[in-house]
Design a protein around this ligand. Structure first.
Ligand SMILES: C[S@@+](CC[C@H](N)C(=O)[O-])C[C@H]1O[C@@H](n2cnc3c(N)ncnc32)[C@H](O)[C@@H]1O
Length: 210
């Protein structure tokens, strides 16, 4: 669906993005002190971001995507990476619910997927449901804050040239905040990618211990 049918023909799209994944993974480890526990990568696509998190933690990884071809690709990326973390692959639509119990995951990352969800509020509610008490989820999209400005400029230009798949709609910071409120998230903040970027960014949500 959203992963190009012929991965090799579209290699340049992935190659350009490749340096971004370890930078976002490092940002997550620094911000949320990740090491042990369960991590979900929702809308994992090729699985590169989850795999970069796996490489520098001992987390059990769950790669989740609506697209069976994305799951197949993620499996091959994980196999080629030689990580020894426990890994699971689940094909599911986040808006229809995940086959996981409440309070399941210590950390949830979802990058570039929400822009495609048919019901962003339902998807966000579902993420919150499976997040453990005391856990954090980072949901939205962007290049993260560790990316050098030269690389950000290059990738932004590249993205303009390549274009976006059908159904892609990034939200503004206000829209992201409205989704979090409608989903009933009590503790969240909106992280904007750059002050001048009007769309994109992240909902960082925290589930209180009570
Ligand atoms: C642009 S790709 C992002 C992939 C990866 N997270 C990254 O950062 O490169 C968006 C992914 O979200 C998945 N996706 C879209 N809608 C979804 C849904 N409702 N539930 C689960 N995955 C979904 C797509 O199949 C696709 O693999």
């Amino acid at each position: 669906m959203l992963i190009p049918r012929d991965f090799n023909e579209n290699r340049f799209v992935y190659d350009a993005m490749m340096p971004v994944f370890p930078l976002i993974a490092q940002q997550c480890i620094d911000d949320y002190q990740l090491d042990q526990g369960i991590c979900l990568d929702i809308g994992a696509g090729s699985g590169h971001l989850g795999t970069e998190i796996a490489k520098i933690t001992n987390m059990k990884m769950y790669y989740i995507d609506i697209d069976p071809e994305a799951m197949a690709l993620a499996k091959s990326v994980v196999a080629a990476s030689n990580i020894d973390n426990e890994t699971h692959f689940i094909q599911a639509d986040i808006c229809q619910g995940l086959p996981l119990e409440d309070n399941f995951a210590d950390f949830i990352i979802s990058r570039g997927s929400m822009w495609f969800w048919e019901d962003k509020v339902k998807g966000t509610e579902e993420i919150y449901r499976v997040l453990k008490k005391g856990g954090t989820a980072l949901v939205g999209g962007g290049l993260g804050r560790y990316i050098p400005s030269t690389m950000r400029r290059r990738l932004t230009a590249h993205r303009r040239n390549v274009g976006h798949p059908e159904g892609y709609r990034r939200l503004t910071a206000e829209e992201l905040g409205a989704v979090a409120i409608q989903a009933g998230i009590s503790e969240f903040k909106i992280i904007e990618e750059k002050p001048k970027v009007k769309k994109g960014g992240w909902i960082e949500m925290h589930k209180p211990m009570e």
